[in-house]
Ligand binder design. Structure first.
Ligand code: C2E
Ligand code: MG
Ligand code: MG
Ligand code: MG
Length: 276
C-alpha cells in the first residue's frame, strides 16, 4: 500500500514537472511569435509633481496581448525573455512603440513632457545600444530629452565599468536617466555619486509601509535627503493612499506615481491637455 502511494506521488510529481517544462517551452515559442506578430503593447502610468500637481510624464509598461491567455503583465514573461535573450528584440519593440506613441501625441498636439522606459541589463550592456537608440529616436524626429531610461542597481552591479560608460553616453546623447526600485539593491553610495542620474525611484515596498513601519519611513527620508544632497529628483512609486501621499508631501519628496493618482492605462485612456 505504501508502495502504491509512493508510486502515485511520484507520478503526480513527474506530471507536474513535465507540464511546467512544457508550459515554459510553449510560452517561449509563443513569445517568439508575439515578437513577429507584434502582440506587445504599452500601457502608460502618470507621474506627478508633488508641489504643483502637474503631470511630469508617464511610465511605459509593457503588456502582451496573448491570443489565448489574454492580456499578460510583465511579471509573466520578462524573466523568460531575459533567460532566452528575447529581451533584446522585445526591448527594441518597446522603444519603437514608445516612439510611435510620442510621435502620435505630438501630431495630435497633446502635451507629453516625458516618457519613462524600463531598460533591461542585457539591453544596456549591448555595445551598440546608444547608437541604435539615437537612430531610432531621431528617425521619429522626437526630442531625446522626452525619454527617461529606467535602469536598476542590478545592472550597475553586473558590470559597473560598462554600465558607467553606457550611462555617460546616454546622458551626453540627451536622455534622462532614472534609477528604478531604488533601495532594494546594494548600490555603493560611492558609485552612486558618480552616476549621471536625473531621478531616484523609491521602490513601492517602502511606500507601502508608510504609517505602518517607521523603519521604512526612515529609509524614505534618507533617500529624499540623499537625492536632495546630490541634486537628483526623488519619485515615490506605488502610492495607494492619501496618508502615503501626505507623508511624502510633508517630507519634500519631489514626485509620485501610483494607483491613487492613476493606474497604467492604454494611451487613449490618458487625459492629456491639448497644446495651444
Ligand atoms: P517597475 O518598473 O518598478 O514598474 C512599476 C510596477 O508597479 C508596474 O507593474 C505598475 O503597474 C505597478 N504599480 C504602479 N503603481 C502601483 C501601486 O500604486 N500599487 C501597486 N501595488 N503597484 C503599482 P507592472 O506593469 O506589472 O510591471 C512590473 C515590472 O515589469 C516593472 O516594474 C518593470 O521592472 C518590468 N517592466 C515593465 N515594462 C517593462 C519593459 O518594457 N521592459 C522591461 N525590461 N521591463 C519592464
Ligand atoms: Mg520602472
Ligand atoms: Mg520600480
Ligand atoms: Mg519593480
Amino acid at each position: 500500500r505504501a508502495k502504491a502511494q509512493g508510486k502515485n506521488r511520484y507520478m503526480v510529481h513527474s506530471e507536474e514537472f513535465s507540464n511546467q517544462t512544457f508550459q515554459s517551452f510553449s510560452l517561449e515559442q509563443d513569445l517568439r511569435v508575439a515578437l513577429e506578430q507584434r502582440q506587445l503593447l504599452l500601457h502608460y502610468q502618470p507621474q506627478f509633481d508633488l508641489k504643483s500637481g502637474e503631470l511630469l510624464g508617464t511610465e511605459a509598461l509593457v503588456r502582451w496581448q496573448h491570443p489565448e491567455r489574454g492580456l499578460l503583465a510583465p511579471g509573466e514573461f520578462i524573466e523568460l525573455a531575459e533567460e532566452t535573450q528575447l529581451i533584446i528584440p522585445l526591448g527594441w519593440q518597446v522603444i519603437e512603440l514608445a516612439c510611435e506613441q510620442v510621435a502620435s501625441w505630438n501630431e495630435q498636439g497633446l502635451k507629453m513632457p516625458c516618457v519613462a522606459v524600463n531598460i533591461s541589463p542585457q539591453q544596456l550592456l549591448q555595445m551598440d545600444f546608444v547608437e541604435k537608440l539615437n537612430a531610432l529616436v531621431d528617425s521619429q524626429r522626437i526630442s531625446r530629452d522626452t525619454f527617461e531610461l529606467e535602469i536598476t542597481e542590478l545592472m550597475i552591479m553586473q558590470d559597473p565599468d560598462l554600465a558607467m560608460l553606457q550611462l555617460h553616453k546616454l546622458r551626453e546623447s540627451g536622455y534622462r536617466i532614472a534609477l528604478d526600485d531604488f533601495g532594494t539593491g546594494y548600490s555603493s553610495l560611492d558609485r552612486l555619486k558618480h552616476l549621471p542620474l536625473d531621478r531616484l525611484k523609491i521602490d513601492q515596498a517602502f511606500t507601502r509601509d508608510i504609517g505602518r513601519n517607521s523603519r521604512d519611513e526612515a529609509v524614505i527620508l534618507t533617500i529624499i535627503a540623499l537625492g536632495s544632497a546630490l541634486g537628483i529628483e526623488v519619485l515615490a512609486e506605488g502610492v495607494e493612499t492619501q496618508a502615503q501621499l501626505d507623508f511624502l508631501c510633508n517630507n519634500a519628496c519631489n514626485s509620485v506615481q501610483g494607483y491613487l493618482l492613476g493606474r497604467p492605462v492604454a494611451p487613449d485612456q490618458l487625459t492629456l491637455e491639448v497644446l495651444s
